[in-house]
Design a protein around this ligand. Structure first.
Ligand SMILES: *Cc1c(COP(=O)(O)O)cnc(C)c1O
Length: 394
């Protein structure tokens, strides 16, 4: 697809411009484990990658490929590969690119599963992860300049929506020859393209905004061809392959990605402003608010501020959160995010369930914090819902 088309058009069409089967206008879900070749020469050519085609669905599959092509185009990347889950692509990436004795620099606020890889699994292979204070750009740069193989970033972060200056940090990392990876799950390619800011690889948990309907798990990474090839090779052998049915559901969800994200950006901004002015609320963490620490950086590197926010009740306790959540009519209380429905949950049961109360405090996550994933509902209904729930806390 021509790069001149807008993201809204590309969300609909990319990866789906040619019919795969008998003129079917929708991408078929190809459940076949393998692909047959009567001609041995052709079989060999496809196997060796000299001719396009598929051999075995653990490696590649037409439905999965259509999904990969859509996200590749939206991220303006050279190449892409996918995995069964976001963690599948994150672990494949780190294990494919790092070797023992090497070092990765990252931040304390990465997604919970990612930080477990850094703290528990990489050290088993003598790979050291140095985790900096998330918004301390000077510290991150200083650690990077000591030399590292990978700089791993996530912006905005979960759950307090901290923002990192991707362009500035990527520049420092490139000066020591490091590979820059950005988890773009919260922003989506509609709001932010890390590759345009200098990252080498951008990844997503497709289980969140890309799919958008909380009915399929998936993960995907896009970027430089030589790096993606290594990640693909690891995933192909490690076997955490994306299911064709999940790929189809995510692909279908992605047709409305631009629509959904525009709506979520608008809803979240209004809700954040409403919450910030409410007397029962201590603090709102949303990059679109001028009161947000990373607002200026977010303005520079994002086209929209996203649907994710968190807020803290004045009554700062998990017990208060437990009383607040059931008063909401239009919100699932659940661990996921990025769906069409609004979803709420405290970090204590979602992103930071593995931490103790003290560890959460150290990370600057108050017990009275509520993560709020704004849905696509009518914003007046969502605000009325919050108003009602907050009445008990006035
Ligand atoms: C959910 C999430 C992941 C992990 O994705 P799964 O699909 O659940 O494995 C990684 N990063 C971020 C920012 C996430 O929100």
């Amino acid at each position: 697809m021509s790069k001149k088309s807008h993201l809204g058009t590309r969300s609909v069409w990319s990866g789906e411009e040619t019919y795969l089967m008998e003129g079917a206008t929708q991408v078929p879900v190809v459940h076949s484990v393998s692909f047959g070749y009567k001609d041995l020469n052709e079989w060999l050519a496809v196997s060796l990658g000299q001719k396009p085609g598929h051999i075995y669905s653990r490696n590649t599959n037409p439905t999965v490929q259509a999904f990969e092509e859509k996200i590749r185009d939206l991220e303006d990347a050279e190449s892409t590969t996918s995995a069964a889950t976001g963690m599948g692509i994150i672990s494949s990436t780190l294990f494919a690119l790092l070797s023992s004795g090497e070092r990765v620099v990252s931040v304390k606020d990465t997604y919970g599963g990612t930080s477990v890889i850094f703290s528990e699994f990489l050290p088993k292979y003598q790979i050291k992860a140095t985790l900096c204070d998330t918004t301390n750009h000077e510290q991150i740069k200083a650690e990077v300049l000591k030399g590292c193989k990978v700089l791993y970033l996530e912006s905005p972060t979960n759950p307090t929506t901290k923002v990192m200056d991707i362009a500035q940090l990527a520049k420092a990392a490139h000066s020591v020859g490091a590979i820059v990876i950005v988890d773009n799950t919260f922003a989506t390619p509609i709001n932010q393209n890390p590759l345009h800011l200098g990252a080498d690889l951008v990844l997503h948990s497709a289980s969140k905004y890309l799919g958008g309907h909380a009915d399929a798990l998936g993960g995907v990474i896009c970027g430089k061809k030589d790096l993606v090839k290594k990640i693909y090779h690891f995933r192909e052998i490690n076997g955490a392959t994306l299911e064709p049915m999940s790929a189809y559901l995510i692909l279908r969800g992605m047709k409305t990605l631009d629509l959904r994200i525009q709506r979520q950006n608008e809803n979240a901004m209004k809700i954040a402003q409403f919450l910030e002015s409410h007397s029962a609320i201590e603090r709102v963490y949303y990059p679109g608010l001028t009161s947000h620490e990373g607002h200026q950086i977010a303005r520079q590197q994002m086209r929209g501020f996203g649907g994710m926010m968190s807020f803290m009740l004045k009554e700062n306790s998990l017990e208060a959160v437990g009383r607040f959540i059931p008063r909401l009519r239009y919100a699932h209380a659940a661990a996921n995010l990025g769906a069409v429905e609004t979803i709420v949950g405290p970090p204590a049961t979602t992103s930071h369930v593995e931490c103790t109360k003290e560890e959460r405090a150290q990370l600057g996550i108050p017990e009275g914090l509520i993560r709020y994933s704004t849905g696509i509902e009518n914003v007046d209904d969502l605000i009325d819902d919050l108003k009602y729930a907050l009445k008990a806390f006035a």
